[in-house]
Design a protein around this ligand. Sequence first.
Ligand code: SF4
Ligand code: SF4
Length: 384
Amino acid sequence: MPDVGSRWILARAEFPSLLGALARAGYRVVGPTVRDGAIVYGSIRSVADLPEGWSDRQEPGTYRLERREDRALFGFNVGPHSWKKYQFPPREQLFTLHRDGSSTFEVAPPPGDEPPTAYLGVRACEIAALRIQDRVFVGGAAIDAGYARRKSRRLVVAVQCGQAGGTCFCVSMGTGPAVRDGFDLSLTELIDAGRHEFLVEVGSPEGARVLEGVPLRPADASDVRAGEARVAHAASSMGRTMETEGIHDLLLANLESPAWEDVGRRCLACTNCTLACPTCFCHSTEEVPDLSAEHVERWRRWDSCFNLSFSELHAGSVRTTTSARYRQWLTHKLATWFDQFGSSGCVGCGRCITWCPVGIDLTAEVRAIRSAAARTRSGSGGSP
Ligand code: SF4
Ligand code: SF4
């Protein structure tokens, strides 16, 4: 069995044997696939399901698929989906209450029969996002049973980024582009004239077990250097940057900045950013009784702090304006998340920028708040 930390070369022609090994080890495989004009996560049954030869062009409010000149399997950036849809499903039954004419209900958990699942193609920023959601759902005193069950059944097959998208800024957030830990297997696609192979790194005993029987040759120093060059290229081509120095105090000291009103005039409160974000975890719960009142189901579904009803208290909504809701989102993501969970809530994936229909870019909004604060300090206008 390969050692944890060892590196191997898998020929492109042998990639189906990796998928076969995952299936033999008992995993259903989910990963990137082309659907509805985007690269989204879905079932992967064969190499034909992967976005071979596809890339994407991303800018604020813009996403387009493009053909590559080569036949790379992972030559694109993150799309609208994130792995949270598997860990924290958009709609999930939490439990049922049932009675047969008696006065007391019996509580039953959901079936919890999700199969072991291999996430194929997890990028460095997405590993950081999984770690953040793990902290939220199973890292505190209250353990989310469904999330914990799915986490225990996941296998992370990471892919190193060889390029960056127009809205990526993982370098600024310290989350990528290099995958360094948190994976069972890591793949670096080595593709150029005359070569199409994968550098495979073993990250866990389970990853090593899966690799047994897959045709591999040991990687040499030049293979490792070629892999590092791919990641270095991605690091040097980030589409965005965000200055994070002092960001916690900057945002919380400028809650009355005119920049919030400005973004509030552009924001549609559509919730796209929170749905696409791999770390956003806000949700609502609802009871669904049947007409006999003998059977009740409790469901959880994704919600968003951009919804007016999300801050509804006994006397109405607390955050009635769009600017207040945008401020809540950004200050939580980049400031109070540190107080609550000890890290930033943003991993720099850029999804909220790409998938915002009006192209609102949080890196630009943070710059605007910095600029307004600087103007105030220098006495040339800005917030009171
Ligand atoms: S806030 Fe935006 S860039 Fe940051 S993790 Fe969420 S979607 Fe990605
Ligand atoms: S910032 Fe953009 S994506 Fe988010 S709610 Fe506003 S308009 Fe929608």
